[in-house]
Design a protein around this ligand. Structure first.
Ligand code: FAD
Length: 393
């Protein structure tokens, strides 16, 4: 047990109600929600120079109802409201856009597509099941599809700007009294009997009645400094920005068989990415540039779908890390007295991020409990890494 702080003495460290580590989408939302939920003194600490500059900034920004877990679908629905609220608050009409998403499959997915169409219709979410003829009619740019292609079209799916969301959440929270320190990495967490001491690089430590770690794929290594280990395995995933030879009017496209996804970026560019590396990567040393074989295979998969991709050029490519958990659900809740975490995004953490931040704040302030997300429900052992952006459980 470390030395306990004496809060009553003049000059002693300030005791915050809540310290949040990490200003990605999750932590920024948690900060705003904590203030809205009545926390009085909240400090947000971020290692980078601004909100959502790391993994959140590398994201494709897809928001879809077509994800596998029913609870995640509720989180997407709540996040949509929070994205809309942020767009209104920022006066930023581009923070979210209804780009629509076309999920391409074949005969193997027919039963799954029918079931998902029924489920979406029941929730009054617009959806259409299409065959190749319908696809050619509505999306003529997809002129190289296999004859037996079928698709689910979800016109209300979005593309969002995660950084714009986080910046707006932090600025709304500042107006409610949030204290923010950017460029302030947390080095170590020390759990005491009645508080947590947060040790910072080059600054005096701060003390908090509660600490909520929203440090994305860095969460495990930070929590280890407090003697806590969680079942989180960071894995790498890549994205590129592609300039098409000709303008296109494509929606978001997700091709299940090749795992390729495309996100429109203006009239001539597309973000193009694919799935999951099934090996663990180190958040401190992973390769942040795109790999040559990734770029070659993305280009091939694009021209297999559309002649608009002929002559397309890759403008830039990058890799980021996502956090896998054994059941592909977040690790969100209490780890020790006064210490909480929210991580385990499974590559679908933007679309659920605002709602998960809100939930994490409620759990850290002890307004609610979510036993099924208990961060200690697994031993922190090796487990297979599997991406979260899937239609099937
Ligand atoms: C290529 C790619 C494409 C993706 N596409 C999508 C998509 O289309 N849709 C979707 O929903 N999701 C997508 N994701 C996943 C999504 O980006 C993440 O789920 C989401 O950004 C997680 O947000 P976060 O706030 O948990 O983490 P982060 O954005 O990683 O935020 C954590 C923050 O904690 C800070 N931090 C870490 N350690 C410390 C420390 N010791 N002290 C202080 N601060 C610290 C970091 O600097 C960082 O800013 C994609 C991810 C990648 C890599």
């Amino acid at each position: 047990m470390g030395q306990r702080p004496n809060f009553s003495q003049k000059g002693s460290r300030h005791l915050y109600d809540l310290v949040i580590v990490g200003a990605g989408v999750w932590g920024s939302s948690a900060a705003l929600s904590a203030l809205r939920q009545g926390a009085k003194s909240v400090l947000l600490l971020e290692a980078d120079i601004g909100a959502a500059q790391r993994t959140s900034a590398k994201s494709g920004g897809i928001v879809t109802d077509l994800i596998w877990h029913p609870h995640d679908r509720q989180l997407v629905a709540r996040s949509r409201l929070l994205f809309q609220e942020a767009a209104e608050g920022a006066g930023d009409a581009h923070l979210w856009q209804a780009a629509g998403m076309l999920t391409l499959g074949g005969p193997r997915q027919a039963a799954l597509f029918s079931a998902r169409r029924a489920e979406l219709s029941e929730r009054s979410i617009a959806v259409a099941l299409m065959d190749r003829t319908g696809l050619q009619h509505q999306f003529p740019a997809l002129d190289r599809l296999a004859d037996d292609t079928i698709a689910l079209y979800t016109p209300q799916d979005w593309h969002v700007n995660p950084t714009a969301y986080a910046v707006q959440a932090v600025s709304a929270a500042r107006r409610l009294g949030l204290e923010v320190r950017m460029a302030t990495p947390v080095r170590r967490l020390e759990v005491l009997a009645d508080s947590v001491t947060v040790h910072l690089a080059d600054q005096d430590p701060v003390s908090a009645a509660r600490v909520l770690v929203c440090a994305g794929t860095w969460s495990r290594q930070l929590l280890r400094t407090a003697g806590v280990d969680i079942a989180l395995r960071p894995y790498r995933t890549q994205l590129s920005s592609v300039r098409f030879g000709r303008p296109h009017d494509l929606p978001i496209v997700w091709h299940l068989d090749t795992d390729l996804y495309l996100v429109p970026e203006g009239g001539q560019d597309m973000l193009a990415g694919d799935g999951t590396e099934s090996v663990e990567s180190d958040p401190e040393s992973f390769r942040q540039a795109g790999d040559a074989d990734f770029l070659a295979s993305v280009a091939e998969r694009i021209v297999d779908l559309t002649s608009r991709g002929d002559g397309a050029g890759i403008r830039t490519a990058w890799a980021g890390l996502c956090g896998a958990t054994p059941d592909r659900r977040p690790l969100l809740g209490r780890l020790a007295p006064h210490l909480y975490c929210a991580c385990g995004d499974q590559g679908i953490g933007v679309m659920r991020g605002p709602a998960l931040g809100e939930l994490a704040a409620a759990v850290a302030l002890e307004h609610t409990e979510v036993p099924e997300l208990d961060p200690l429900r697994f031993a922190a052992a090796d487990f297979p890494i599997r991406g979260g952006f899937t239609l099937e459980a």
